[in-house]
Design a protein around this ligand. Structure first.
Ligand SMILES: [Zn+2]
Length: 381
């Protein structure tokens, strides 16, 4: 097999070790400090380059914390091609989500919405496939990947801890995130998805303890509600937060969905603000273009959300929610990144640094990188 540039292979977990080693080397050899860091990690590279100039540099996020490398069914975009998409679009850090819910292996369906009635069931298949790809082709130096466990069936949590161990036996230490996993995803209900009720949530305790001990964040898809009843499922998310306040929990899409396109900013932001205040370990994921299409694209609504993000600059992470099925190409990824990043243009420097440049993501993942400071132009509002 050939590749563009020769690269040394490392045992897993590669990137972390490589960064740390690079830093030690830099500390003892100041003459090569800049070079070593430049070669070692994208975050350090940015830090070495003075400051980030918002007037000249792109507003698209450097982090894609919500990226499905595998589809629900059918063929994925090849791993190396997907890594190329990240490089081409300036995304330096990404979470590698599988997608836990898979269509039957012999189904011709690639997207669940096209096949109501076909069961979509949580499976370990995609997590193993992603881990095997990572092991065979570790990411290049300018892309940092955080591997994520997407297999858990939150309505039936009994086997989760055992399956975490199984992944660990095969890929020790590789998985540093869990999610996106579904508490309630209404779009999947016609495909047999079962919501996790309060009793099931109580049954998460063993694996939630493990996640806390290993400092692993958990991204939950938990629909807030729908247009007929905008807060129909809020009690489930609240139950999770009450029950596990010490876990790092990320609320995917801030609870929004195609089923909930009409909640007013007062009501939605009121709920989010209250929960962020009450639960310091809660983070909001503002991935998915639905948020732009249904909410942020309206200037008045956008203004309300921008105010909110500026008031919570450390509590939000960005993402595309791109699903890498092989009927898509780079243009689709590029567009989803651009659309989901548009909100960044209006953010304060502090929020931009935390969200778009990765400050919040680095803290959540325990990465040592720092987002670069924003250049002072004196022209920004
Ligand atoms: Zn997703």
């Amino acid at each position: 097999m050939t590749r563009a540039a020769p690269r040394t292979r490392h045992p897993v977990p590669v990137t972390h070790t490589r960064h740390r080693t690079a830093r030690l080397a830099a500390a003892t050899a100041s003459a090569v400090l800049a070079c070593t860091l430049l070669a070692a990690s994208p975050g350090a590279q940015a830090a070495a380059a003075d400051c980030f100039d918002r007037e000249k540099e792109p507003y698209t996020s450097k982090v894609d914390s919500h990226l499905h490398f595998r589809p629900f069914g059918g063929k994925p975009i090849p791993w190396e091609e997907m890594l190329g998409y990240l490089q081409k679009s300036g995304v330096e850090y990404a979470n590698v989500y599988g997608i836990g819910q898979t269509l039957p292996y012999d189904s011709s369906c690639t997207y669940y919405l096209d096949c109501p009635g076909t069961p979509v069931t949580p499976s370990m298949r995609n997590d193993f496939a992603n881990a095997a790809s990572y092991a065979a082709d570790p990411p290049p130096d300018d892309v940092h990947l955080t591997m994520s466990m997407t297999f858990p069936d939150l309505a039936h949590p009994e086997g989760v801890l055992d399956r975490m161990e199984l992944l660990d036996e095969n890929y020790p230490g590789l998985f540093r995130w869990m999610g996106e996993v579904n508490v309630i995803k209404q779009a999947l209900l016609p495909n047999g998805h079962e919501a996790a009720g309060e009793k099931a949530i109580d049954g998460w305790a063993p694996f939630m303890r493990e996640l806390r001990e290993r400092d692993i964040p958990l991204t939950l898809h938990s629909d807030l509600g729908n247009n007929a009843d905008p807060t129909k499922y809020l009690h489930l998310m609240e139950h999770v937060l009450e029950r596990y306040p010490e876990n790092k929990i990320v609320w995917a899409h801030a609870g929004l969905s195609k089923e909930l396109t009409e909640i007013g900013p007062d009501e939605h932001l009121g709920i989010l603000g209250r929960l962020l205040d009450k639960y310091p370990k809660l983070t909001l994921d503002i991935s998915w273009r639905v948020l732009w299409d249904e909410y942020f694209s309206d200037p008045e609504i956008r203004g309300r959300y921008v105010d909110f993000l500026d008031r919570h600059p450390t509590r939000v992470i960005p993402g595309t929610d791109f699903v890498a099925s092989d009927d898509k190409d780079f243009a689709v990824y590029e567009e989803e990144l651009e659309v989901t990043s548009r909100i960044n243009r209006d953010l304060s420097d502090e929020a931009f640094r935390g969200i778009a440049l990765g400050g919040n993501y680095f803290r959540l993942t325990g990465l040592e990188e720092k987002a670069p400071p924003i250049c002072e132009s004196g022209q920004r509002p």
